[in-house]
Write a protein that binds this ligand. Structure first.
Ligand code: SF4
Ligand code: SF4
Length: 295
């Protein structure tokens, strides 16, 4: 049997970067020049990292491990978790989008609404492109969020929850830790979106500079100060006492910001993200919690 050359993490990153640079759907305004996202960043997690089975225990039996997501895509050729990697990437909001969003207090800015709609459409294509490119190179790959079974369910402990979480994958891949608002704080801030692909590929795994501390880069959890994201939420859906109220957040987005953005910008989707800007972790790990190191 002919052996398959293993791409390096740099090769994988280049697949993502090239698509980010060249694909015309990476736009805030279709047909325009302005990119939806700033330059992407990549991390790699081991699919047999104990965190993935721990998430399943905590969130519920419906939550997919990487191995289960892979088996759904390749039922005739399943892989053990030790053979798989989760490639996670970060797409940061652009400085122009963040600046515009910082001015808003009730409704998402136009660029933000557009990134949530057109930018996420591009992100869906990027997930599929990365999975297809790696598969074509001899490394079967799937984007769990793009599987037909991707869905939201009820978690006894956490309420509404999806059966795959891009943020949790990014945490395991060393890309960030959770903040008071539930968003993931990355070295490029919290004003970001994520994507991931599960691949049968022997890539080296990224180190987690924060170890297992899932709150290491949030000032509230690390030092008992801040709470700026709570002050940014127009409906009080974040508090230092109780963290993120998913029900109140979802209600505001579904009933207020989404219909408003659809009418105003014709964008659709579910934009808000007011709590992701004008805060110490908007575009970086808060200064008081640095230095950080990335492998
Ligand atoms: S704004 Fe402050 S409290 Fe909120 S997630 Fe960022 S560091 Fe944590
Ligand atoms: S996304 Fe949710 S928590 Fe954040 S500001 Fe909007 S409603 Fe509040």
């Amino acid at each position: 049997m002919q052996s398959v050359a293993v791409p390096s993490v740099g090769d994988v990153k280049k697949i993502i970067e090239d698509f980010w640079a060249a694909d015309p759907r990476n736009r805030l305004y279709p047909g325009g020049d302005e990119k939806a996202w700033a330059e992407p960043h990549v991390g790699v997690a081991a699919a047999d990292d104990p965190f993935f089975s721990r998430f399943k225990e905590m969130i519920g039996p419906f939550f997919w491990t990487p191995e289960e997501a892979f088996a759904l895509a390749f039922p005739d050729d399943p892989a053990s978790s030790s053979e798989l990697r989760v490639i996670s990437y970060v797409l940061p909001q652009t400085p122009a989008t963040r600046a515009e969003q910082r001015q808003e207090k009730q409704m998402p800015a136009e660029r933000w609404a557009r990134s949530r709609f057109y930018g996420e459409q591009f992100n869906c294509e990027l997930r599929l492109h990365l999975a297809a490119a790696l598969t074509a190179m001899g490394h079967p790959s799937v984007a769990p969020e793009r599987l037909p079974g991707f869905d939201y369910r009820h978690s006894e402990r956490f309420g509404i929850a999806s059966n795959w979480s891009e943020r949790h994958a990014a945490f395991v891949a060393g890309l960030g830790t959770f903040g008071l608002s539930d968003g993931l704080i990355t070295p490029w801030g919290k004003a970001v979106r994520f994507g991931s692909v599960v691949s049968r590929i022997a890539l080296p795994v990224s180190a987690r500079s924060y170890g297992d501390d899932h709150h290491a880069w949030c000032l509230w959890y690390a030092k008992g100060v801040c709470g700026a994201c709570a002050l940014r939420c127009p409906v009080g859906a974040i508090s230092t006492a109780a963290g993120h109220d998913k029900v109140a957040c979802r209600r505001y987005i579904r009933e207020v910001t989404a219909p408003w953005a659809t009418k105003r910008y014709g964008t659709g989707a579910t934009p808000c993200g007011l709590c992701q800007v004008r805060i110490p972790c908007e575009a970086q790990v808060p200064a008081a919690l640095r230095p950080i190191s990335l492998s």
